[in-house]
Design a protein around this ligand. Structure first.
Ligand SMILES: [Zn+2]
Ligand SMILES: [Zn+2]
Length: 156
């Protein structure tokens, strides 16, 4: 995605186009699932003059505007990615900590409904898969820790 599209997205979201906002979007576009510390240093590297707090503020504005999606797989550190509105989920690798995109299980929101949803209004379901990323799966197979058929999926 080019920076021209980022300006259009900012304007469409009713936001002013500023260098920190454009740079933050560009960095998040390049590094999926980036944490805010890494984002802040990347933005500061490119723009020099921006304070860390300003980058934090930018991320909140972009998240509130729906341009950026916040993912908090372990309930602690938040990571950010460009919002694609595809309701994709994530696998958190228990070995290396990598977050891997996993397509929505049923391709529409919410992708999980409880057996009894009486009285509830459910908009979305957040699904985190716990297991191993492709690299760690291969490594574990090499060490014969898991068999080819073993599934390590788990829902939370
Ligand atoms: Zn891994
Ligand atoms: Zn993702």
């Amino acid at each position: 995605m080019t920076s021209v599209q980022f300006d259009e997205r900012l304007r469409a979201a009713g936001l002013r186009v500023t260098a920190p906002r454009l740079t933050a979007l560009a960095v998040i576009g390049e590094q999926q699932h980036i944490d805010v510390e890494t984002l802040a240093s990347a933005v500061r590297e490119r723009l020099g003059t921006v304070s860390k707090q300003a980058v934090y503020d930018v991320v909140h504005v972009l998240t509130d505007a729906g341009l950026v999606r916040r993912v908090s797989p372990d309930g602690r550190g938040a990571r950010y990615e460009l919002e694609r509105w595809d309701n994709h989920h994530h696998l958190l690798c228990s070995q290396c900590g990598e977050l891997i995109d996993v397509p929505c299980a049923v391709d529409h929101v919410p992708c999980l409904m409880p057996p009894d949803s009486t009285g509830l209004t459910i908009d979305t379901a957040e699904v985190i898969y716990h297991g191993l990323c492709p690299d760690c799966t291969l490594a574990a197979r090499d060490r014969n820790e898991i068999s080819d058929s073993e599934s390590t999926k788990e829902l939370r």
